[in-house]
Design a protein around this ligand. Structure first.
Ligand SMILES: Nc1ncnc2c1ncn2[C@@H]1O[C@H](COP(=O)(O)OP(=O)(O)O)[C@@H](O)[C@H]1O
Ligand SMILES: Cc1ncc(COP(=O)(O)OP(=O)(O)O)c(N)n1
Length: 505
């Protein structure tokens, strides 16, 4: 699976410490649209949901330093410009755009300009004498997104009283500047809140929308423009799609604004409501993390298994043959049932690859292993060994597997995994002499049996089984993952009980 393209989106705007407008809103909007958000602050605004209290505009040399810090290091895929406060700020941003956009280090990127002038509360966010400088900035943008008041200021006309008048003003602005205009109808009276893209040639693409009845519209313009910048970076050139998708997202965020409880005035959008609804809040581990956690989770059981008299005796060669044969007999009984469970796992596997893998494992268990065991029993095996009744440990283990196999694929596959993983690990440690050096000597009484653990094919199958089960666990919801872990853990405990069932302990 290829990773989705995550565009780097830079917001150049003022702040809102309550998080509803300005840079704080932009970053949420960018994240909600699938972008990586970056922010250069033009002005620090002491505001909340009720209004603006104070504005502090830092030295523009520092503004330029922030802009350069970003462009000297990071590929910029789109820029959204919001509050610019005064002429000096506008000119600093214009100079920086002229210097970096299209330069070798920074290929051209789209610019969305939200010509912020006043907050919804009526407080000014741009010095009035600055309108002319803002008009000069527009040709550097690819899209300008004025609300009705800003449109009127930029065209030098009265505020449009209806949608037709707003569109006509938008056409005049687009023609005069040569830049496409997004005319926004959020401040229109009535039941509709339409928007329209107006191209410099006069072509209009309308985006209808009914009015959402909520007082919480703080930061809609900021959020929409940042959302369009994010989407145009993902789909270069398709402005209609970028606006359409951003508006759809804005509408669901506006509709969910009432779920928040932020301030006593006009509250913010619920920027991530749609994502939370569809994706939830749960963090899912990677398959690698599941592998690590589960293996560590059965560390004590694995250690106890390795300390069993049976395993120590098998390693150092002191295991009594009668106990060995008893184990082999129970293993044969177990493998009959295990093969059936593996066949069931294959039957309910979600992909043909997994289906084939588990079916092959079932075949291996019933054929290869049983043949091996028959051969291992030898002439001295008492008759009853070949047709042994299941012991308590064997029955317990088999019942656990059978019960899991009546559940879903996730739980069934997790239950059968310890028989791959614990067995393969124990075998590797036995063969390598890690449990006892004697296990590596050719005259070891169980040398031939120990050698069977050193099987590259089984080691590869073990990795495949771990891969399928941990991937299923990583993709599962928390409750299913917990059931899988329990099935796996209990399976590992039964592995220990199974190895420890002979009088060797
Ligand atoms: N009550 C509302 N219902 C539906 N959409 C709205 C509402 N208020 C604003 N919008 C939408 O929010 C976006 C911003 O519009 P607007 O409020 O006009 O700009 P600004 O926030 O810059 O003043 C537009 O897409 C507009 O259609
Ligand atoms: C720092 C800052 N920038 C812009 C605005 C205006 O945001 P807008 O999206 O137009 O929403 P309202 O505030 O008008 O509801 C702002 N308030 N602060």
């Amino acid at each position: 699976m290829t990773a989705p393209f995550t565009p780097n989106i830079l917001s150049i705007a003022g702040t809102d410490p309550t998080g509803g407008a300005g840079i704080q809103a932009d970053l949420k909007s960018i994240a909600a649209g699938g972008g990586y958000g970056m922010a250069v602050v033009t002005a620090l605004v002491a505001q909340n949901t009720r209004g603006v209290r104070e504005v502090h505009v830092p030295d523009t040399a520092f503004l330029r330093a922030q802009l350069d810090a970003v462009s000297d290091d990071v590929r910029i895929d789109a820029v959204k410009i919001g509050m610019l406060a005064n002429t000096e700020v506008i000119e600093t941003v214009a100079d920086w755009l002229g210097a970096v956009r299209g330069a070798t280090a920074q290929p051209s990127f789209p610019v969305v300009l939200d010509p912020v002038m006043i907050a919804a509360s009526g407080d000014p966010l741009l010095a009035p004498e600055t309108i002319e400088a803002l008009r000069r900035l527009i040709p550097l943008a690819d899209l300008v997104t004025p609300n009705l008041f800003e449109l009127a200021e930029l065209t030098g006309e009265a505020v449009a009283a209806d949608w037709a008048a707003a569109l006509a003003q938008g056409r005049r602005l687009a023609e005069a500047t040569g830049v496409r205009v997004l005319v926004k109808g959020g401040h229109l009276p009535g039941e509709s809140a339409p928007d329209a893209l107006v191209a410099p040639g006069g072509e209009v693409t309308e985006f209808a929308g009914s009015r959402i009845h909520t007082p919480h519209t703080h930061g809609t313009g900021c959020s929409l423009s940042a959302g369009v910048a994010t989407r145009i970076a993902r789909r270069p050139g398709d402005w209609a799609a970028a606006v359409g998708e951003a508006k759809a997202w804005l509408r669901e965020s506006l509709a969910a604004a009432g779920e928040l409880s932020v301030g006593g005035g006009s509250g913010p959008l619920n920027h991530l409501a749609g994502l939370w609804l569809r994706g939830g809040l749960e963090t899912r581990p990677t398959a690698e993390a599941v592998r690590e956690t589960w293996w560590a989770g059965i560390a004590t059981v694995r250690e106890q298994t390795e300390q069993l008299g049976f395993i120590r005796g098998l390693a150092d060669g002191t295991l009594e043959r009668a106990h060995f044969l008893e184990y082999i007999a129970q293993d044969s009984v177990y493998l009959h049932a295990y093969a059936r469970v593996l066949a069931r796992v294959s039957e309910i596997a979600p992909s043909p690859e997994e289906q084939a893998f588990w079916a092959r494992a079932a075949h291996g268990a019933i054929m290869g292993e049983l043949e091996l065991h028959r051969a291992r029993l030898g002439d001295d095996a008492p008759i009853h060994v070949a047709s042994a009744a299941p012991s308590a440990a064997t029955s317990g283990y088999v019942n656990h597997l059978l019960a899991a196999s009546t559940k879903d694929y996730a739980e069934a596959a997790a239950a059968v995994l310890p028989c791959f993983w614990v067995y393969a690990d124990l075998g590797k440690r036995l063969v390598s002499g890690a449990i006892h050096a004697r296990a590596q000597q050719a005259d070891h009484p169980y040398a031939e049996w120990i050698a069977t653990y050193d099987d590259a094919g089984f080691a590869a199958d073990n990795e495949t089984a771990i891969g399928y089960v941990t991937a299923a666990a990583a993709a599962a919801d928390a409750a299913t993952r917990e059931r899988m872990w329990r099935a796996f853990e209990v399976g590992a405990i039964w592995e220990r009980e199974f190895f420890g069932q002979t009088p060797a302990g």
